[in-house]
Design a protein around this ligand. Structure first.
Ligand code: SF4
Length: 151
């Protein structure tokens, strides 16, 4: 293992990088994720960074009911995230379709049928504390394969 890989592993042991994708939401869950970044919850103080670069992500948050436009886009996005990785379904939409799950609508929940989902946070929308709790609960899954050595 090279020095750069060691540095990368050490950094990953101390921070969690989260990307999120909206596959058809009403933006309610979106706002709760943004609230996690605001001063009240300030998740960066825990070493959790939210951005939208899947190649640097450890955890993918999925919000929204799965709409047809995502049929050939979500799985490739998931595959861009390096291992180890986990995905969390945020809100009722990716779990059941929520209020969009009506006859005649073109949605295809659950998201777990399209990519591997490790945890679900139900609610319409869930609270920021519940989202934060799920991210922290899955952090050991992300870090389990990393060996950190003193350089
Ligand atoms: S779970 Fe509720 S708040 Fe979240 S995107 Fe769906 S309808 Fe909106």
């Amino acid at each position: 293992m090279g020095i750069l890989q060691n540095v990368k592993n050490a950094v990953r042991q101390r921070s969690i990088h989260v990307a999120y994708v909206d596959v058809g939401s009403c933006n309610g869950c979106d706002i709760e994720i943004l609230a996690c970044l605001a001063p009240r919850y300030d998740i960066e103080q825990y070493g959790i960074y939210v951005h939208n670069n899947p190649r640097e992500a450890d955890i993918l948050l999925v919000i929204g009911a799965y709409t047809p436009g995502w049929a050939d886009r979500l799985l490739p996005l998931w595959e861009k995230i390096p291992d180890p990785k986990v995905a969390i379904a945020i809100g009722n939409c990716p779990i059941s379709g929520c209020l969009f799950a009506r006859p005649g609508t073109l949605i295809h929940p659950p998201v777990a049928a399209h990519i591997p989902i490790s945890a679900e946070v139900p609610g319409c929308p869930p609270r920021p504390t519940e989202i934060l709790q799920a991210v922290l609960a899955l952090a050991p899954e992300v870090f389990r394969d990393y060996e950190v050595r003193v350089l």
